[in-house]
Each structure stands twice: as structure tokens, then as C-alpha cells.
Design a protein around this ligand. Sequence first.
Ligand code: PAF
Length: 279
Amino acid sequence: MKIFTTKKSLAGHLEPFRRDGKKIGFVPTMGALHQGHLSLLARGQQLSDEVVCSIFVNPTQFNDPKDLEKYPRPIAADIEKLEQAGCDVLFSPEVNEMYAGNEQWHLDIGEPEQLLEGKFRPGHYQGVTQVVYKLFDIVKPDLAFFGQKDYQQFLVIQKMVELLHLPVELVMCPILRQTDGLAMSSRNIHLSAADRQHALVLSKTLNWLKQKFDPGKIASLRRQCEAMISAEPGVRLEYFEIADGDNLHNADRHTKKIVALVAAQVGNTRLIDNVIISD
Ligand code: PAF
């Protein structure tokens, strides 16, 4: 695997592929890689000729400096995982390679970034679109791969691509789960053994909802899900929504594409999860 830390060296490497009409796939990450990330890479390898993975812990998307500080950065282990998975290129820039200084701009793509996560993490998706815009500009991928785990992030980036007419196709890859149902996340390493047990209430509740789903009973099902999660010790629910999968508005009996999304604080760790109920 080739490793680049500067925009210029990466662009130089990718130029001949682009010239020869090869498809460039891109998997942006913040590292602390797990099977979920590697599944994005595998999808990228199926659909592209050259796959670039980036590892960059983007400071502008953290609204809590402590969260940024404690974000895991196991770069040597990540490189090994990417090597083993046959990744072609790793781009792992330092902060000053990505940001010129105190950059004051951001993209404002409106409603999709203000709902759900946007209420609890104001400015988070502006940091995400800022860095993803920069990364797309450097890599110029044909295809970019994101996990369903941050469903709202996918919609926000999709909207950015649409509004700015960016020439990239986004591919959403399914959530990968541990055998007990816990959604894979770089943040899971912060969970104590007890937290980890309590965290299972999120996937269990989403699963329960999927089994029981009845479009005529959305409001009462949502209340039952909220109650199930709130009853779990050590878990503080932030939101549980049953939403339209295209715009995250509250779903009703006529909504075709439905997704249920949850965010909760488990011990000191904030977790998100979701399930697609109908597509
Ligand atoms: O999903 C993530 O890991 C990050 O939000 C992303 C897309 C790499 C941007 O920093």
C-alpha cells in the first residue's frame, strides 16, 4: 500500500489512473478501523480500479474538545489492517495539510444537517461537509463509500453533492454488527464491560421495532421504544425517531421509505444506531 501525507503527492499518484479512465474509489475515515470500515473498503475494491482510504481525525467536526482529544488514533494498527485488506492507497495528512489556518468558512446545506444529530451536535455536519468537500477535491473520486451507521451523515453529504453538482457517486454500505447486535463503532472501545451490556438495548429496541412495525401505530411504537431505552440503567436517551428515510421528517402512515434512528449516551460514550424499516 502506498501512503501519502500531502495533497500534492496523492494527486500526482492518482493523475495517471484518471487519465487512463480508471475508476477511483474513496473511503474516508477517521481511523480506529474496524470490520465496518473494512467492509466499505471491500465494496470499494469491487466497484473501483484504485481505492484510496483516508485517515484524518477532523477537528472541525468535534463540538466537544474532550471528545476530539480522546478520539482513538491507533495509526500503526490501522495501517496493518489496510495492508492486509489489500488497500491501494492511504492518505493520512496532518491537520496543517488540510487546514490553512483558522478557516472561517463552512457550507450551509440547510435542513438535513439541522435535524436529529444537528440538534445535539450543532455544527457537527458543517465540519463533516467542510472536510469531505476538501477530501473530494483532493482525491476527485468517481465513487465514495460511507456507512449506513451514520445515516444522517450520508443524507447530508448526498445533499452537498447534489447542491454543488460534485461529480461523485455515493454508495451506502450496510451497518456491521457484533454477534450480540452492537453496531460496530470506533467509539465502542470506550465502553466498559457493563456499558457494553447496557448498549445492547439500542440494537434490541431497533430490532423489536422492525418486527412489530405497523404504519398505523408509529407514535405509540416510538413512545414504547423510548420507554424501553430509558428504562435501561446507564443509558441516557437523546432521541429515538421513526423518520422518512429521504428527509428525516417524522414518518406517518403514508411514508414509503422508513428508517428508525437512535442516539444515546451510554456511560460516557455517545452511540448512534439505526435500522431501515422499509425501503
Ligand atoms: O464518518 C466519518 O468517519 C467522518 O465523519 C468522515 C466522513 C470521515 C469525515 O471526517
